[in-house]
Write a protein that binds this ligand. Structure first.
Ligand code: ADP
Ligand code: MG
Length: 437
C-alpha cells in the first residue's frame, strides 16, 4: 500500500468498472472515478438510479473489485493497519433467524472477539442506537426503522473508521426516515460514534443537503462525478431555512442540466443517453404523469414550473418528482432546463384532450420515444402475435441488473396497457397485441 496524505482516509483513483453481460459483452458502469474521503466529514454521493453509486460503494467496501484503478486506505495511527470500513444496506440485510443481539454480534464474529467482549460491545451498540429492550426480538417483530437501527448497530459494533451507507433510509416511510436521520446526525455531531467519516449514497437531494458536508453529484451511463458541492450550513439544519432551500434548488438545477457532450449535437446525451432499449425506466404511473402535466398546465404555472417549487406545491419529496419529470422529458411531454420544467405543445394538447384522444397521443409518444415499447410492439406486429417476456428480460439484463430490468419491464407494461399499445399476460409471461379494452 502506498502511503497517502494523512488527512485522506480513502483515495479512490481512476476507478472504472465493467459488468460482464450474459452474452459476453461489457457494460461500463463507472468511468474514471476519483474521490477522496477526508477526516471528520459526511460525504454524499448523489445520483439517479442505475448510475453506479452502489457499485462504487461496494468497491470501497471491498465487496467487489473494480476492473481498474486504485482504492487506497490510510493507516491507523496506532496499529498502522489500514483504516476499517463497515457498510449499511438499504435492504437492512439482517439474518431473520437471529435475534437483534445475535445480528449485531455477527459483526464481531469474523474478528474472533471473545464471546464475553462480543456481548458487551453488541449491547453497547444496541444501546447507542436506541434499541435498548429489543435485544431478544427477531427482525420480523420489528418495524422497518427498528430493523435499520439493527443494521446500523451491526455496522458500528466493529468500531469502523469509516461508515458506508447505501441509501440507508430509502426503504423507510417519510417520518421514520427523518427520525433515523436526525438520530444519526445527533450521534455524529456529539461525537458518540468512533467513526471518523461517513460516505453515504442517496438519490434524495434534500437528504444530502440535510446531512452532508460535501455532496458529489454522480452522472449516469457511465457513472462519473460531475460536481462537488460544499454544504457550509451549521448543524442542525433546518429544511425551511432559505439557505437550505437555495442549496436544494441549485443542486436541482445542476442535476437537470444536460451533461457535457449534449451540446455537441449528441441530442440524446445528458439525462437520456442513446441507450436504445437498454434504458432504465423509472417506475411512474400514467396517472401520475397525467396529474403532473395537468398541474403544470394550470395556474399558477401556466405551462412552466420551477421544479423545487412544484415539488413543494404538490407535496412531493424532491427526488420523487425527478422520476416523473424525467419520464415526461423522455416522452417529449416536457423539457427540463435549469431547474425548470416546461410542457411541450404535445403535453398541452394532452391536457386539453378527452380520454381516448389522450390515450392515442400517449401511444404515439410512447412508441416514438421509448425504444423498449417500440421494440415490443414491433415484434408483435411484424413477427409473432405473442412474445415471451422472458426473452425481453434477458435482453435487458445484458445492460442492467435483474432488479432494474424488472422495474423497467413493469413500467413499460403499465404505460403500454394504458395506451393500449400491447398487453401483458402475467400468468404466461407473454406480451400480446390483444387489448383488454
Ligand atoms: P445505483 O446504485 O446508482 O442505482 P448500481 O451500481 O446498482 O447503480 O448499478 C449501476 C449499473 O450497473 C446499472 O445499470 C445496473 O443495472 C448495473 N448492474 C449493477 N449490478 C450489476 C450486476 N451484478 N451485473 C450486471 N449489471 C449490474
Ligand atoms: Mg444503488
Amino acid at each position: 500500500m502506498t502511503a497517502i496524505d494523512d488527512r485522506h482516509l480513502v483515495d479512490v483513483r481512476n476507478v472504472r468498472h465493467f459488468y460482464g453481460t450474459p452474452s459476453g459483452g461489457d457494460l461500463l458502469v463507472l468511468d474514471d472515478v476519483d474521490l477522496t474521503l477526508f477526516d471528520n466529514e459526511i460525504v454524499g454521493l448523489l445520483g439517479r438510479s442505475g448510475s453506479g453509486k452502489s457499485t462504487l460503494l461496494r468497491s470501497i467496501a471491498g465487496l467487489i473489485e473494480p476492473t481498474s484503478g486504485q482504492i487506497r486506505f490510510a493507516a491507523e495511527p496506532e496499529t498502522k493497519a489500514p483504516v476499517s470500513v463497515s457498510m449499511v444496506f438499504q435492504s437492512f440485510a439482517l439474518f431473520p433467524w437471529l435475534t437483534v443481539l445475535q445480528n449485531v454480534e455477527v459483526g464481531l464474529e469474523a474478528k474472533r472477539v471473545p464471546a464475553e467482549t462480543r456481548r458487551k460491545r453488541a449491547l453497547a451498540a444496541i444501546d447507542l442506537i436506541g434499541l435498548d429492550g429489543f435485544e431478544n426480538a427477531y427482525p420480523k417483530e420489528l418495524s422497518g426503522g427498528m430493523r435499520q437501527r439493527v443494521g446500523l448497530a451491526r455496522a458500528l459494533v466493529v468500531d469502523p473508521t469509516i461508515l458506508l451507507m447505501d441509501e440507508p433510509f430509502s426503504a423507510l416511510d417519510v417520518l421514520t426516515a427523518e427520525t433515523l436521520r436526525t438520530d444519526l446526525l445527533d450521534l455524529w455531531c456529539e461525537g458518540r460514534m468512533k467513526i471518523r467519516s461517513i460516505l453515504m449514497v442517496t438519490h434524495n437531494i434534500e437528504e444530502a443537503v440535510l446531512m452532508c458536508d460535501r455532496i458529489l453529484v454522480f452522472s449516469s451511463n457511465p457513472g462519473r462525478i460531475v460536481a462537488e458541492i460544499r454544504v457550509d450550513l451549521p448543524q442542525p439544519r433546518n429544511r425551511q431555512d432559505p439557505k437550505f432551500r437555495k442549496m436544494v434548488d441549485d443542486i436541482y438545477v445542476r442535476m437537470t442540466q444536460p451533461a457535457a457532450g449534449a451540446k455537441e449535437g449528441r441530442r440524446d446525451d445528458g439525462l437520456f443517453p442513446g441507450l436504445g432499449i437498454a434504458m432504465v425506466l423509472p417506475r411512474v404511473s400514467t396517472n401520475t404523469l397525467a396529474g403532473l402535466m395537468e398541474a403544470v398546465a394550470a395556474d399558477p404555472f401556466k405551462g412552466k414550473a420551477d421544479l423545487p417549487e412544484l415539488a413543494r406545491v404538490l407535496h412531493y419529496e424532491a427526488d420523487e418528482l425527478f422520476g416523473v419529470a424525467e419520464t415526461l422529458q423522455l416522452m417529449r411531454f416536457a423539457e427540463l432546463e435549469g431547474g425548470d420544467l416546461r410542457l411541450t405543445p404535445a403535453a398541452r394538447g394532452y391536457v386539453e384532450a378527452e380520454t381516448d384522444a389522450r390515450k392515442q397521443l400517449f401511444a404515439k409518444h410512447l412508441l416514438a420515444y421509448v425504444p423498449l415499447a417500440a421494440h415490443i410492439r414491433h415484434q408483435l406486429t411484424e413477427d409473432e402475435p405473442e412474445l415471451s417476456a422472458g426473452g425481453v428480460r434477458e435482453t435487458l439484463e445484458e445492460t442492467m441488473s435483474p432488479e432494474y430490468a424488472e422495474e423497467t419491464l413493469k413500467s413499460v407494461i403499465d404505460w403500454a396497457r394504458y395506451a393500449e399499445v400491447f398487453a401483458y399476460d402475467e400468468s404466461a409471461d407473454l406480451f400480446t397485441l390483444d387489448n383488454p379494452s
